[in-house]
Every structure is written in C-alpha cells, then in structure tokens.
Design a protein around this ligand. Sequence first.
Ligand code: 3HC
Length: 290
Amino acid sequence: MTIDHGIKTIGIIGSGQMGGGIAQIGAVHGFKTIIYDLSDNALTKCKTLHEKLLARAVQKERMTQNEAAAALANITYASNIEALDPSDIVIEAVVENADIKKQIFADLATRFTGNQILATNTSSISITDIATSVGDAADRFIGMHFFNPVPVMKLVEVINGLATSQETTDRVLALSTAMGKVAVPANDRAGFVSNRILMPMINEAFYAWMEGVAEPEHIDQIMTLGMAHPMGPLRLADFIGLDTCQHIMEVMAEGLNNPRYLACPLLKQLVTAGRLGNKTGQGVFDYPQK
Ligand code: 3HC
C-alpha cells in the first residue's frame, strides 16, 4: 500500500552542507523547497553550489537543462523565518547543539500547529530529548538523518522519539522514498545505528595512529584497499569534521553511559589545535584552500 505523505512544500533550517543538500534533492524530486538561514552570505554560497552541482548534472547528462532549471526554480532562499510558513514539513539542519535545536523547535511548535511534521537531521542527539521542546507536537516530531554528500548518499536513517506517532513515521518513510532515498528505521539511542558503528571505527583509527600501529595514510590505505571503503577512516573524519566526530563520541559516552565511547586523546588534541579537517584546511591531512 502506498502511503500519501501529503507533502508538497519542504522547509529547511540551515543552509550548510546538510541543509543545502536536502534542499537540492527535494527540489530535484519536484518539491517546493524553502531554505531558511540567518546568514545572507551562507544562503548565497548555498545557491551558488546548487547552480554548480545542477550544471554538472546536466553536463553529465543525468538531467536536462529544463529539469535543472525547474529544480532551481523550486528553491526559495530566505533569511526571514516567516518564509517557512507554507511548509508541510520543516527539517532542521543546524549545528549539533541540543540547546540551540530545542530553542528552534520551541519556536517552530508555536508557528506550526496543524499536521505539519517537525524533523531534525541530528546525527546523534536524542530525538525524545529534543522533542521535549515542542510540547503537544511531540507526536509530529521525528529524526531524519541524512548523510554527506546528501545528493550522493542513498540513506536516510529515520528515528522515532518516544512520542512519535505511527502516522508521522509512515509519512516520513514515504517522503524519503519520494526524495529518492532509502529510508531505514533505527531506535532512539545515542548515535542511532550509523554513528554507533561508524564513530568507534574512526576513533579506533586515531588510537591506531596514536599508538604508532601505522602512519595515517597507511591506516586509510588498509581500510580502502582491504575493506573496500570509499574513503579511509581518517580522511572520512576530516570530511565529517574532527569536532563533529569528537562531539558524537561524547554524546554516545554520556547517552550510552559507557566509557568505551570516550574520544581518543589524539582526536581531541587536533580539535583543540583547531585542525578540524577539510573545513579548516588541515585535519589529519592537509587540504590546500582553493
Ligand atoms: N555534492 C554533490 N555531489 C558530490 C559531492 C557533493 N558534495 N561530492 C562528490 N559528489 C559527486 C561527484 O559529483 C561525483 O559524481 P559524478 O561522478 O557523477 O560527477 C561523485 O560524487 C564522485 O565524486 P568524485 O569523483 O569527486 O570523488 P569520489 O569518487 O572520491 O567520491 C565521495 C567522493 C562520494 C565523497 C566518496 O569518497 C564517498 O562516498 N565517501 C564516503 C562518504 C561517507 O561515508 N559519507 C557519510 C559520512 S557520515 C555522515 O554524513 C553522518 C554524520 O552524522 C556524521
């Protein structure tokens, strides 16, 4: 049986890599997409990236010029939050900070009092915890965890909070499919499934480096060539952001109440030094700024 998700317009909060990617795939799959960010500069960067990626898709003959133009026309870039009003779902993709997310959702719950869905793209913070900020709307609150780069990665990890209704879950599973993704459910435990397994592997790669088991490039080579991973764990950590990796480990150590999830001292040291990965030009490896 096909579930009618009833969604025509997708609102997104945050125009960074994740929010921008979600907006792009929504627009490409025919949804009206409104992307809201406080920063005009961030919105301009996001729009430029959309234009570039869609032009590349045309060049690679993955879509026609008309389809790319239609996708771009589906996206509204807005720095006023009222622009989100027509949304049937709002997906939040801002910084991984529970207090900031709760503030955002407390406000959204007063703006969206119908049957709109409120979703967070958090990578590890408890859905049940963030849902405490939305009061009676907790049944319409859910986790939609996308993966970077969003236009390439097929998965959306869908996480119910304790109060999420079956209707909300069914609509989000159907919406994810309509956005061209494969939705897979996971339960609301710190790190869900993806980061519960990925982050300890990345953390272990830092321990292997710290203990001199091998050089960073050799650790990565062993995992790419031996395990067919598209990127080695250390390059992937740079890609995700070392601060994000450390933060997710900390959320898991606290949320799962288990010291085995503590971040490796070498990972923490690089973060302290401001070596956060691709975004700062240096992490485990160097990334000369273009
Ligand atoms: N946006 C859109 N498309 C992108 C992109 C981006 N940011 N980056 C790469 N691509 C596309 C390219 O356009 C290219 O498509 P094409 O061949 O059709 O033109 C395709 O991806 C391959 O790119 P490249 O040839 O430039 O490079 P690679 O073959 O090395 O692939 C990669 C790059 C897709 C990033 C690949 O290395 C990969 O899959 N890495 C692993 C990524 C991963 O594990 N992501 C999950 C991170 S964890 C996460 O997000 C969860 C969070 O909670 C931490």
